[in-house]
Design a protein around this ligand. Structure first.
Ligand code: PEP
Length: 265
């Protein structure tokens, strides 16, 4: 059965107590949902990760880190290594979020190193890609996505593909100034990403989940998830209240069931 993926990046907003309260509430509210049908994940700040891993039951909400260095140890002041995240039971490494690329100089090459490190250490790599407003205006969004995906996955073995997720997050759609993509536009870009994945990985490229992110909220979530190429949602602001997020998850799940049932006809 194809799974639905819904998760949130908490960015630099919640402290330890707020993160733990939020996750405990989200887990309680979503306890009845079948995790074989829907995979929920949350990506708190580093300082909250250890406490968060003590609050969340394994299998209920997967926890991720917002960034990770590719080396195991060394002279890298301010960085966090894969073994440090393993030690506290983190399952996902979010790699190449647009804020890391735009504000902190994350390059396509370092994204690739982090993807390899994530796979070596048993994490799922959640690779974020997306074009800027200028690239969209210049008509090179597809090229940008192809480059980002190809470099991120350079020399990744097909055998590891079940631990790769891709989030399509157009830079202009994210955050407070963001304008959500038109769902049909997002679908087209998911298709571009899928095509690259299939070129790179003929056997398993079609199985990698591709999530949409960028100003998703309750009113537009259903139109995104109803798109044929959208396998899940990666949400910032709207998900940071557990009750609203739970409401969105349930609405999206219903739309997902309808879509997958139609797909089977
Ligand atoms: C994000 O930053 O990855 C994101 C999707 O944020 P928002 O939903 O707030 O636009």
């Amino acid at each position: 059965m194809k799974r639905l993926y819904i998760g949130t990046n908490l960015k630099m907003y919640k402290n330890i107590r707020e993160t733990c309260d939020y996750l405990a509430q989200l887990e309680a509210l979503t306890r009845d949902l079948d995790r074989d049908e829907v995979c929920l994940f949350a990506i708190p700040s580093y300082t909250a990760l250890h406490a968060a891993s003590g609050v969340v039951s394994r299998g209920a909400i997967m926890l991720g880190a917002q960034n990770m260095h590719w080396e195991e140890k060394g002279q890298f002041t301010g960085e966090i290594s894969p073994p440090m995240l393993q030690e506290i039971g983190i399952e996902i490494a979010e790699i190449g979020h647009s804020e890391r690329r735009q504000l902190f100089g994350e390059s396509a090459e370092t994204v690739n190193k982090k993807v390899h490190a994530a796979l070596r250490h048993g994490f799922t790599a959640l690779i974020c890609v997306g074009e800027t407003a200028r690239e969209k205006e210049l008509g090179v969004a597809d090229e940008r996505l192809r480059i980002q995906v190809k470099i991120a996955l350079h020399q990744v073995e097909e055998a590891n593909l079940d631990r790769i997720w891709v989030a399509y997050e157009p830079v202009w759609a994210i955050g407070v100034q963001g304008i959500p993509a038109e769902p049909e536009y997002a679908n087209e870009k998911h298709q571009v990403i899928r095509t690259v994945l299939k070129e790179l990985f003929p056997q398993k490229g079609r199985e990698v989940p591709i999530l949409y992110g960028g100003s998703v909220h309750l009113a537009n979530a259903l139109s995104f998830i109803s798109q044929p190429e959208v396998d899940g949602l990666f949400i910032g602001r709207f998900a940071w209240n557990a009750e609203s997020f739970n409401e969105l998850i349930r609405a999206v799940l219903l739309a997902w069931r309808t879509k997958t049932a139609i797909g089977k006809e």
